[in-house]
Design a binder for this molecule. Structure first.
Ligand code: PLP
Length: 439
């Protein structure tokens, strides 16, 4: 019987009872359930880093606007599927003020979380050309997007960008685009799970090649403005959140309110489509839609069929939150900076105890501190490491499920870890290091 920070016998028994062959191979939800059960029986509190959920209260301005809208009776009324009239110009203004990009209000749409935006974008964009097959993912990435592609019966290609940063990205990306089979490119920036952020050089390469091969870039800005090495929070002033929209007209942006406004529960996000793509005529769309125009097919085809629009009251919340940040009354990233501060401290605890940061650089610059980071330990695969760390009261997910080729890696999410838990985290990591000496 081993002596570990969390009772060895109970952890082993709970793993056995869960029926999981390997904790390291389990999905996020399976790990969550297992850890809930271990915590309940042992009374020990885990350092929980498996789920990417906000750890802050929702933006109050949104909550109040939503309550007021509900009191006025909007719950009884279907909202316009392309968004309430007040919201659309506020989204366009946000895009201008924080990305420095001009877009017509008709291409500014609310969606049921940016998750639905992604689904509707794949559904429509990947059907524009009958001779193409689907999406190229710049991995590592968010597994649910690949699930969406699979559910839609579409094809996908992917590669891990770890070895293709900077100028090296051009040839690699072009090798996929040359096949003529790619309809769209998807990546998140900052990236879930690795927290790498594409540099200007990389975004320019992606943009130029998207134009050259007439491919649409679906840029997932789920963590908008959260590269805290720069302050992207001042409306109308540089620096702006970097975007591929500076380098091509072929873009769709997915902007989530879940993390930056801690508004995940209300399932509201934004999809913003460039004027060029919105007005593009793609006759192959007529196989599925009554219109060959991309914008029309997306709104009156995909979004109508999926959910007939987005929750009426949540649209009022989003309008109010955007108005507040656009007017400079509310600082866009002020509250979420706490994630970066915690990540900085936590990463030091890991590296001080024999762990390495896996995705550690953006070209020559050290990676930002933010919502996620990735780590490994000498001599362990990610799967083995997760299996072992459960006994030390630490839970996270393996990079293997994210399209990463760094199989030694684990993703840690900082959001749910409380500062009061830092001493526990440090002593458990120290203990792990003592029990697994490195050469
Ligand atoms: C990269 C990425 N895209 C999209 C989403 C989903 O965002 P939303 O809650 O707006 O649907 C997440 C949520 O974790 C994410 O990490």
């Amino acid at each position: 019987m081993k002596n570990t920070p969390v009772d060895y016998e109970i952890v082993s028994r709970k793993i056995k009872e869960s029926g999981l062959k390997s904790v390291g191979k389990a999905s996020i939800r399976e790990i969550k359930k297992l850890v809930d059960l271990i915590e309940a029986e042992t009374g020990d509190k885990f350092i929980r880093m498996e789920m990417g959920v906000p750890g802050l209260p929702p933006t109050q301005i949104g909550v109040e606007a939503e309550i007021e809208a509900l009191k006025k009776g909007v719950a009884a009324i279907y909202p316009d599927i392309y968004g309430i009239p007040q919201l659309k110009p506020e989204i366009a203004r946000f895009v201008k003020l924080f990305l420095d990009i001009d877009v017509n209000t008709e291409g500014c749409l609310p969606t049921v979380g940016s998750m639905q935006g992604g689904f509707a974008a794949f559904m429509t964009i990947n059907r524009m050309n009958a001779d193409r097959e689907g999406t190229l993912f710049l991995d590592p990435g968010f597994p649910v997007h690949k699930m969406q592609i699979k559910i839609l019966g579409q094809g996908h290609m992917s590669f891990d960008i770890y070895d293709y940063r900077g100028d090296k990205l051009r040839d690699k990306l072009e090798s996929f685009l040359k096949t003529g089979k790619v309809s769209s490119i998807l990546y998140s920036n900052p990236n879930n799970p690795s927290w790498i952020c594409f540099t200007k050089t990389e975004l320019q390469i992606i943009g130029e090649l998207a134009t050259k091969y007439n491919v649409v870039v679906i840029e997932d800005l789920a963590y908008f403005g959260m590269d805290f090495r720069k302050d992207y929070s001042i409306p109308g002033q540089p620096p702006y959140q970097p975007t591929v929209a500076k380098y091509t007209d072929n873009w769709v942006l997915l902007i989530s309110s879940s993390k930056v406004f801690s508004y995940a529960g209300q399932r509201i996000g934004m999809m913003v489509i460039s004027d060029k793509i919105f007005n593009t005529k793609a006759p192959d769309l007529l196989r599925y839609y009554s219109s060959a125009y991309v914008g029309y097919a997306l709104v009156f085809g995909s979004i109508y069929a999926l959910s007939s629009g987005t929750s009426h009251s949540a649209q009022y919340a989003l309008t109010a939150m955007l108005e507040a940040v656009n007017d400079g009354i509310l600082n866009l990233t002020g509250p979420v900076k706490e994630y970066g501060k915690k990540a900085r401290i936590m990463k030091k605890m890991f590296t001080g105890n024999g762990f390495n940061i896996v995705y550690d650089k953006d070209e020559d610059n050290p990676i930002a501190d933010g919502f996620y980071f990735t780590f490994s330990y000498p001599g362990f695969t990610g799967e083995e490491l997760l299996n072992e760390m459960v006994y030390y009261g630490i839970s996270a997910i393996s990079l293997a499920i994210t399209g990463s080729e760094r199989l030694e890696g684990i993703r840690a999410c900082v959001s749910l870890v409380k500062r009061e838990q830092f001493p526990d985290l440090e002593s458990r990591l120290k203990r792990f290091h003592e029990d697994h000496p490195t050469k």
